[in-house]
Write a protein that binds this ligand. Structure first.
Ligand code: ZN
Length: 145
């Protein structure tokens, strides 16, 4: 890609349904599909979740590891530990876990694919489910390599 190549942008909003209070949903395939649909061959993809009790992380999709991650986060931020926000809606732990992770992640694109590693998956981490959640995917870059 050079500075002469026109930049293009592409946005899409996707929805996933989480299945439990704590749930890690692998959204790698829908991000790969969005990048493919964008036509961008060389650029960046930003994945953003417009919610306050959900996080994003990139790691291995292995059941034992997902249990470990859930347990570590629950030990770090136990439920109903005297939080002020629980006087409003009982989900302070979910908000705090959300900021320990992140609301967005950006991945480089090469050859029309996000450059995630062989063992990497993109996860939406639900902390206050089950619910329907929105995912905003924005792709910027050039349609040539
Ligand atoms: Zn709340």
């Amino acid at each position: 890609m050079s500075f002469q190549d026109p930049m293009k942008t592409y946005s899409t909003e996707l929805r996933v349904r989480t299945r439990a209070a704590l749930d890690f949903v692998n959204i790698t395939d829908i991000v790969i599909q969005a990048v493919r649909k964008s036509g961008v061959k060389d650029g960046l993809v930003n994945v953003f979740i417009p919610h306050t009790t959900v996080g994003l992380f990139i790691n291995e999709d292995e059941n034992g590891l997902k249990r470990d991650i859930g347990e570590v986060l629950s030990n770090l931020v136990p439920e109903r530990a005297g939080y002020m926000h629980d006087e409003v809606d009982y989900n302070a732990h979910a908000h705090i876990k959300s900021i320990i992770l992140s609301s967005s992640t950006t991945i480089p694109i090469s050859d029309g694919r996000p450059m995630i590693g062989t063992w990497q998956s993109i996860f939406l981490a639900e902390f206050d489910g089950p619910r329907e959640r929105r995912i905003i995917v924005k792709v910027i870059g050039a349609d040539v390599d």
